[in-house]
Design a protein around this ligand. Structure first.
Ligand SMILES: [Fe+2]
Ligand SMILES: [Fe+2]
Length: 178
């Protein structure tokens, strides 16, 4: 595996298919993050426990910062920050909305299910940011790679925190619900 800058000059890099794919993927996740801000609002309102509501609120705040970070990345790459509709995230979010409809308000089962729905979002983000950070390193975009890795770390921490909340506050109570 080779890391660090390649022999391809910056001006030529922009014409490569890989660079174009990279920028398209950034537009995809830029769209996804803005959908996630709205989804986290709905999930926060739908959650039963304070712990989960707070986790969604914190991550919504973090997600807004991630959007700003993406805008910085577009700026560093001298690209316009544009959103490209992402069917995958829309599907994952729709599944979350269906879970809200299918579970009882105020139940622990609602929270157990919401956590899994939220973790599906986080895993989509982890796959995207992990892959894009590696591409950025390969193409020699070191600052961009740093920013992508910061977001990757936040998504991984959120995923871990959601597991902790499920195990500590929710799953055991949910099992006793009729
Ligand atoms: Fe995110
Ligand atoms: Fe996230």
């Amino acid at each position: 595996m080779t890391e660090g800058n390649t022999a391809i000059p910056e001006s030529e890099m922009k014409d490569t298919s890989l660079h174009k794919f990279f920028v398209t993927s950034l537009k995809d996740i830029y769209f996804a993050e803005s959908e996630i801000v709205d989804a986290l609002e709905k999930m926060q309102n739908a959650a039963t426990t304070e712990e989960l509501k707070e986790a969604f609120e914190d991550h919504q705040f973090q997600t807004k910062k991630q959007i700003k970070r993406l805008e910085k990345i577009f700026q560093l790459l001298d690209e316009k920050p544009e959103k490209k509709e992402c069917a995958a995230i829309k599907g994952i979010i729709k599944e979350g909305e269906e879970i809200i409809k299918a579970t009882e308000d105020g139940s622990m089962t609602r929270d157990a299910a919401l956590i899994i729905a939220a973790q599906k979002v986080e895993h989509y983000e982890i796959a995207t940011y992990g892959g894009l950070a590696q591409l950025a390193i390969t193409m020699g975009h070191d600052k961009v790679a740093d920013l992508l890795e910061q977001t990757l770390q936040e998504e991984e921490d959120t995923d871990y925190e959601l597991t902790e909340i499920a195990e500590t506050y929710i799953n055991f109570d949910a099992i006793h619900e009729s």
